[in-house]
Every structure is written in structure tokens, then in C-alpha cells.
Design a protein around this ligand. Sequence first.
Ligand code: F6R
Length: 296
Amino acid sequence: HFMQKEIYEQPVVVADTLQSYIRPLEMQVAMPQMDFDLSEVERVVIVACGTASYVGMIGKYWIEQMARLPVDGDVASEFRYRDPVLTGKVLGVVVSQSGETADTLAALRHMKANGVTTAGIINVPTSSMAREVDLLLPTHAGPEIGVASTKAFTCQLAVMAALSVNLARAKGKMTAEQEREIVGHLKEAPAAMNAALSHDDEIQKMAHTIAEARDVLYLGRGPCYPLALEGALKLKEISYIHAEGYAAGEMKHGPIALIEPSMSIVVLNSKGRVSDKVRSNIEQVRARGGRVIAIG
Ligand code: F6R
């Protein structure tokens, strides 16, 4: 299947994409030439659809944390009709694989008509969005044939990381040492993806467990929360199994009532401030007999 082929292309295309955004000797992040000053940005607005909108949500976590700029993220179909406030020095960012999604394109045009400077994280360089943004931040995922976005998503994240670091540097919120550390992690990402993809056998076993479930809940906190939303979207789209993504801390405010042995719960956790909290969410799920698949 094209989707499977594209999943396995990720280490290579993410490395290709990062090559345009990293100066390996200086251990710095680089951006294409732009004719505006990132240090003047006061606010960031990120707009996209579906999987690409989860890149926007992760961008909100990263840009707010690194650059200390307020970030609004929205799905394009809401943004374009809700008459959003776009005053001040706003950087409007659209994220799209195709560069043609009608709602995202309309949102981009709406921002431009309101005097917003725009950037686009886009995979198809000849697309309408690529032509219309003020700053094109290309992903080099190659053609994505599978309907469900996979390699484009991870390439978009690589570019979003680079943009976040650039904004942080421009706003004077990141030291050279911190930047070196992040660039080091970005350089390790393709090898880490390769390592993850080598767990094929375990993943197949998990798939059999999940296939028996009627409902699947994906849980995560911080940037793992949008990843949980993305996991749930992918499962719905590909397997037709009902799935929901939830912020793990919200579980006790409702969805916990649904947990029973026929439910699979995929928990995403990464190192960081909230890692212990996610672990305690796992214990709560187990206490109710839910089957936990932990990815960390
Ligand atoms: C889900 C998926 C869609 C797209 C969305 C936006 O697997 O592929 O949700 O992410 O339709 O498409 P682009 O990125 O082309 O604007």
C-alpha cells in the first residue's frame, strides 16, 4: 500500500527536509530568505485542516514555550467564517500537504486581505498556497499518494520545530546553547524514526489487539495531546474503528465512564514535566480494566 510505503519513507524525507533548515556545523536552525523581520512578530496564528491542523496545535505548544509569543491555532473551516481578530503584528501560518485545500486557501486569502504577513509549511511547491504565501517553508516529503497523511505530517513537524526555534532566537528567548541542544535532537530524529519503525513485530501484535476493540481512546498531554488526536484520526480513517483523542488530564471529567475491558487505550508519553501525571492516568485506566498500549 502507498500508505505503508510512505510510513517507511519517513526517516529519509524528514532528514531531507531538515537539511534545508539546519546548519550542521554551526548547530543552528536556518530559514529561507525572507523580507520581513521575525523579531517584530507579536502574535502567531496557525490555520490548517485535519492532520495538518494538529501540526498547528503542536506548533502552539512549541512557539509559546520557546518564543513566549501568544499563538492561536484553528481549523480553517472555522477560522474563515468566524471573523477572527487579526490586529497587531501577526504572523499567519498555514500548514498543508497539497497546498490546495479549499478552506485553508480561503483562510490564507482572508489573512492576506487583512494585512497579515503569511508563511506556509507546504509540500507541493507549485500549489496555489505556495505561490500566495509571503514566506514559503517547503517540506520535502515527496509526492504523498496515500489518502491518509503520514510522511507529510512528520515533515511538517520538522519545519514547525525550525520555525519555533527561529522565532525564539529572533525574540531573544533562546540562547545559542539551547539552540545547539535542539538542533542536536532534530539531527537524531531520522535515526530515532528508523528505530521506531524496526518494532514491526510488536506493532503487528498491538494491531491485532486493537482490531478487536469497539472503541479506542488515545490519550496524551502537552504536545502528545495533538499527537493523540492525530492517532485517533488515523485509526478512524484507516480501520473504521471508532476512536477519540483526549487530553489525558480530561479523562476524569467524562470519558473515564466509558472505560471497560473491550476498550483499548493508547497512551502517548514523552519525557518532561507531565510524564508522571500520564503514568498515573495509565494506572486509572488499568484499574478499570481497560487495555493499555503505551507508546513512550
Ligand atoms: C488525514 C488527512 C487529512 C488532511 C487534510 C488537509 O489523514 O490526510 O486530514 O491532513 O485534508 O490536507 P492538506 O494538508 O493537503 O491541506
